[in-house]
Design a protein around this ligand. Structure first.
Ligand code: FE2
Ligand code: FE2
Length: 167
């Protein structure tokens, strides 16, 4: 991988690594549990896991997506990269409702537990969300971070990284 020269790029990269770790944890959990065996949400450790996963995913689609859409993509579009940012934006638009759905289902399950049906759905939707989000992050790690390196000047980098760090 190329060196990430900007502060904004480094912060994004760190966020991406954290999200990948969350998604990997979720995938391990779903695979281990299988779609056939609803987890027992009387188990404190499992409750915490579901809560942590839901919080991590929510942070990704609000704070992280919000920074990219509200600040980073407009700066890159201004520098001529609107093709890439439009495309990444359309991926956000696909991922966001699936991730929100998982958040809603997680909170509901923490209240009422899973039924075999609600768990099977959670499992399918969760796996789809993980696949899409991991693929999206991989694309950003290549194209987006390279574009940030090449197109964001030092002043804009300072401004963007301050916004992101404060978000
Ligand atoms: Fe993104
Ligand atoms: Fe991102």
């Amino acid at each position: 991988m190329f060196g990430i020269t900007s502060k904004t790029g480094q912060l994004l990269h760190q966020d991406h690594l954290n999200t990948i770790a969350t998604l990997q944890k979720m995938e391990e959990f779903l695979v281990k549990q299988t779609s056939k065996r609803p987890p027992d949400l009387a188990d404190e450790a499992l409750r915490r896991l579901i809560k942590d996963l839901a919080t991590g995913i929510d942070d990704e689609i609000t704070r992280h997506f919000g920074f990219e859409e509200g600040h980073l993509f407009p700066a890159l579009a201004e520098a001529g990269e609107s093709g890439m940012t439009d495309f990444l934006m359309s991926e956000h638009a696909t991922i966001r409702p699936i991730a929100q759905d998982i958040g809603r289902r997680s909170r509901e399950a923490l209240e009422k537990g899973f039924t075999p049906e609600s768990w099977a759905e959670y499992h399918t939707i969760g796996m789809e969300m993980i696949e899409r989000e991991v693929f999206h992050i991989q694309k950003e790690e290549m194209g987006l971070l390279a574009a940030v390196n090449a197109l964001i000047d030092a002043d804009t980098d300072a401004k963007l990284s301050m916004i992101f760090a404060g978000a």
